[in-house]
Structures are given as structure tokens and as C-alpha cells.
Design a protein around this ligand. Structure first.
Ligand code: ADP
Ligand code: MG
Length: 335
């Protein structure tokens, strides 16, 4: 007799889903990152009832081959890496091949996709049940629709009493993502209302102005030993009560990186009072082998190998840009 059994794939996916999709916000993030990985230049996000009701992400990316569509929903199935070495040289947002398997095991899920010159295809799957394929129109790109999230995981659903808190978190992510990825046109609609639009014509500065609601922003960029930095940062006239508008991106990912935030904040030392903060968007591109994105399955934190170099690179560039701006624009700075 045996007591230890291997879980069925449905149950295994549902258990694993907890790590990838903790909240509706993670669904939006995973789907948008998939769209960006597919080379999309346009992403539209539709959210209803805190994302528990529905999240629908539509992109104009390269789409999935019809024969590949069932595999896209399998756990550890990915087109982005092939071997163990690749894990340490990830050029895409995704690589675990877990997101779609996880999301489709805890929602009423459909994915419709079409690659140029191929037929369209659609698969629906209800809370990890048996997938059913349906024909789909040949519209290039991909649409993923996620309804009734966590309906089969009541314990998790209980945590989402406030739809509006979840909607705020989603809106914040979409805004930040649009600043860090200015080459993608992005639209967000929540509960039938258009909440945010970043058009193709808006560059990083225009997007940062729109998202931070600050006008006194200057742009700068720099390259050093394979690191590329672009930033939009506020003049000393901007003195915010919180660090909530210091946006950090590493290789296109919106990340939480206290060290880079600190590099920004300290660049304003003696320029704005202690306890007040600038608005700033920092987008850093480094060699993929200098970032470890394996730290957390949801990938909101990454580990940077040359964290110290990066700190001074960011710090000095922002400080120099502010010094220049001070000379150009006569901003008063105490030294
Ligand atoms: P990962 O992103 O880690 O590879 P996912 O489960 O998110 O894993 O996606 C599985 C696969 O499905 C991807 O590797 C990709 O080939 C395909 N895919 C998912 N979303 C899209 C999309 N929006 N456009 C094109 N292909 C997609
Ligand atoms: Mg993915």
C-alpha cells in the first residue's frame, strides 16, 4: 500500500498557481509581459470587478502557431528558453512557462491567437478542466481572457474584498510599465471606462509627465560598460511626500529595487529637503547575465550582479543632469 501519491496535473497546477498568481494584478502583469515578449507594439487591457471578474489582454504580437496553442497552456512549456544555460541569459520577460498553466487552472480561461499566414485558433479551459478547441478568426496577435479568477479557490477569493484596491494596483502597474516600455502603445479600461492611454507617439518623457502628473521633468541617458540608462527626473521644484513616483525598470521589467530608488533619492541630497522626494523614472538595460530574475516566481524583484556599480552609475548621471539643468534653468540649489 502507498500513502504518497503524485498529484494529478490539474491539482499540481492549482497548487503551483498560488506562487505565480497571488492576485489579479499578477494576471495583468504576466499577460502584458507575454505580449511584450511577442514583440507587440500595441497592448490593450480590459479589467472588470478588480480583475476577479475579468482581465482581457489583446496584443498585435507575433501570435502562436495553431499547432502550438495547446502546449502554451502546459506547465513548464515555453518557447523562450531551451536549456539550463539559457536560464542565466534570459532576454525575455517570461521563461518559466508557468503563467498560462497557472492562470488557466484557477479561472474561466480562453486564449485566441493567430500567426501571420496561419489559421487562427482558440482554446477554452474552465478552472483547469478539459481544454476545448474552437476555430477563431485570422486576426494577427493574441487575446487572453481570464474570467472568474479563483472561483475554484474560495480560500484565496476571500482575500479580495476590495475590488477598488486591486484596480488601483493594476492601474499603477500598467502606467509604470508604459513609462518603462515607451515603444508599446498601451490602453487600459476598467469597468467600462477608459482609464489610461499611452499612444505610440508618446516618448518616455511624455509618459512620465502623464503618469507622475509632474511637469518639471528632464530627460537624460548614458551608456557605460554595457549598461544603458535612460531616465526622466524631476527638478528641485518637485518635492513629493512619498517615494511612490520613483519608477524603476530593469531590462523592461518594472521592478522593486530599493537600492536604485536610493541612488535616485540621494542624488537630490541638499537640493530638496530631507523627507521629501523627487519623481523619477529610471530605465536600466544591462546584459541578461548580469541580472538574476530567478529570485521570485512573480519576478517583481531581481538580483543585480553589479549592484554597486549600478548604484553609482544611476546616482551620478541623475546628479550631473540636475547640475546641468540648474545651470540652464536657474533653479536654486543649496550647496
Ligand atoms: P513563458 O512566458 O514563461 O514562456 P507562459 O505560460 O506565460 O510562459 O507562456 C507560454 C508560451 O505561450 C510562451 O513561451 C509563448 O510561446 C506563448 N505565448 C504566451 N502568450 C503569448 C502572446 N501574447 N503572444 C504570443 N505568444 C504567447
Ligand atoms: Mg509568460
Amino acid at each position: 500500500m502507498n500513502e504518497i501519491l503524485i498529484l494529478s496535473e490539474d491539482v499540481a497546477n492549482m497548487v503551483a498557481a498560488g506562487e505565480v498568481v497571488e492576485r489579479p494584478f499578477n494576471v495583468v502583469k504576466e499577460l502584458m509581459e507575454n505580449s511584450a515578449d511577442a514583440g507587440a507594439t500595441r497592448i490593450s487591457v480590459v479589467v472588470e470587478n478588480g480583475g476577479v471578474g475579468m482581465v482581457r489582454v489583446t496584443d498585435n504580437g507575433r501570435g502562436i502557431l495553431p499547432d502550438d496553442l495547446p502546449a502554451a497552456l502546459q506547465r513548464f512549456a515555453t518557447s523562450k528558453i531551451k536549456n539550463a544555460d539559457d536560464v542565466y541569459n534570459v532576454k525575455t520577460f517570461g521563461f518559466r512557462g508557468e503563467a498560462l498553466a497557472a492562470i488557466s487552472s484557477v479561472s474561466d480561461f480562453s486564449i485566441r491567437s493567430c500567426r501571420k499566414d496561419y489559421d487562427g485558433a482558440e482554446i477554452r479551459i474552465k478552472h483547469g478542466g478539459t481544454p476545448s478547441g474552437v476555430p477563431a478568426p485570422a486576426i494577427e496577435g493574441t487575446t487572453v481572457e481570464v474570467r472568474s479568477l479563483f472561483a475554484n479557490v474560495p480560500a484565496r477569493l476571500k482575500f479580495f474584498k476590495s475590488f477598488s484596491a486591486e484596480e488601483r494596483e493594476i492601474a499603477k502597474f500598467v502606467r509604470f510599465f508604459s513609462v518603462i516600455n515607451p515603444n508599446i502603445a498601451i490602453e487600459l479600461s476598467i469597468n467600462g471606462k477608459n482609464t489610461y492611454t499611452a499612444t505610440a507617439g508618446m516618448d518616455m518623457t511624455a509618459r512620465a509627465v502623464q503618469v507622475t502628473r509632474e511637469k518639471d521633468l528632464v530627460y537624460g541617458e548614458s551608456e557605460y560598460e554595457g549598461m544603458k540608462l535612460s531616465f526622466v527626473t524631476s527638478l528641485a521644484t518637485v518635492q513629493r511626500y512619498r517615494k511612490d513616483m520613483i519608477i524603476v525598470g530593469v531590462n523592461g521589467r518594472v521592478v522593486k529595487d530599493p537600492s536604485i530608488v536610493q541612488a535616485v533619492v540621494t542624488a537630490y541630497h541638499r537640493m530638496i529637503p530631507d523627507g521629501k522626494f523627487p519623481a523619477c523614472a529610471v530605465s536600466l538595460h544591462v546584459d541578461p547575465d548580469k541580472v538574476d530574475v530567478n529570485v521570485h516566481p512573480a519576478k517583481t524583484t531581481v538580483k543585480l550582479l553589479d549592484a554597486r556599480d549600478i548604484f553609482s552609475f544611476v546616482h551620478h548621471n541623475i546628479k550631473n543632469r540636475l547640475d546641468d539643468a540648474g545651470h540652464d534653468q536657474g533653479v536654486q540649489m543649496r550647496t
